[in-house]
Design a protein around this ligand. Structure first.
Ligand code: SAM
Length: 267
């Protein structure tokens, strides 16, 4: 299938990345338990993903024929593996540019017993390299790593990938409100003497983080972005934040964790 294939920008963090211990799953039970402790206990990542799947409801009649899924920016592929474990899911394309992450993905698949249902491939937003139409595209914690210049290419690829009644699930995401921007402004003046190290300027307080490529979009920007790229979106906001520990009131201010289901608008 022909998709937009201009060269993708990969944030420095994801090139030759040194992974945190909880992502380093190998064939030991201990490494798998460590991943699950991170997803379920240290963070709300897995409880939130369960909430998302409950809303999507894979047992619904609209998925009666079974689904083929594309998980783009799948990392070590735990979300792909959870989806692949569902009886309605035929198989999942798990796509990520990071070789360091993908090398752990086959172990994650093995621990879930879904090796036969995961197609693990190196690819990007602009070159997902998926050769068939899919019923569901998942972007789990990856959309905020897609830079604005690549958003049209990503959504154009998604439109081409989706079957006519296909859906997009944006999960594991955050948006920021004005209080977050005020905090950045205060931080800017607090660090005025070494402001060049902040990674943002007074004229662009929400500039993406240069190393990780994290984008700090507002809800309105996201709504406009989905619409401008031909998708209708329904937003759902989680209670709380992804991290369960040590976040002070101040650090939490202005953050919202959300997921959204998108449908292509008919042209
Ligand atoms: C925060 S991680 C989320 C990974 C995984 N979905 C999870 O929930 O653990 C963001 C992922 O986006 C991937 N990514 C970064 N740049 C990308 C690009 N240009 N195209 C596709 N994925 C990208 C990274 O390699 C990383 O695995």
């Amino acid at each position: 299938m022909e998709t937009k294939n201009a060269e993708t920008k990969i944030a420095p963090r994801y090139k030759d990345e040194k992974l945190a211990a909880h992502w380093q799953v190998d064939d030991t039970r201990e490494s798998f338990d460590r991943l699950f402790y991170h997803l379920n206990v240290t963070t709300n990542i897995k409880p939130y993903f369960d909430e998302v799947l409950a809303r999507l409801n894979l047992n619904d009649d609209r998925f009666a024929q079974g689904l083929v899924v594309a998980d783009i920016g799948a990392g070590v592929c735990w979300s792909s593996a959870i989806l692949a474990s569902h009886p309605k899911v035929k198989y999942v394309y798990a796509i990520d540019p990071s070789i360091n992450r993908l090398k752990h993905a086959r172990f994650v698949a093995k621990h879930f017993g879904v090796e036969h249902k995961l197609k693990i491939q190196q690819g990007t937003f602009l070159e997902p390299k998926i050769s068939e139409k899919v019923d569901l595209v998942l972007l789990n914690g990856s959309l905020h790593h897609c830079c604005n210049t690549e958003i049209p290419g990503l959504f154009s690829n998604i439109r081409q990938l989706l079957k006519p009644k296909g859906e997009v699930l944006i999960a594991g995401e955050h948006y920021m409100d004005w209080r977050w921007t005020v905090k950045r402004l205060l931080r800017y003046f607090y660090h005025f003497h070494d402001r060049s190290t902040l990674g943002y300027s007074l004229s662009n307080l929400r500039a993406p983080q240069p190393f990780s490529g994290d984008h700090w979009r507002s809800r309105r920007e996201l709504e406009r972005m989905f619409k401008a790229n031909g998708f209708t979106a329904e937003f759902f906001v989680h209670k709380g934040l992804f991290s369960k520990n040590e976040f002070s009131f101040c650090r939490k201010l202005g953050w919202h964790c959300y997921y959204a289901i998108l449908w292509p608008e008919r042209l």
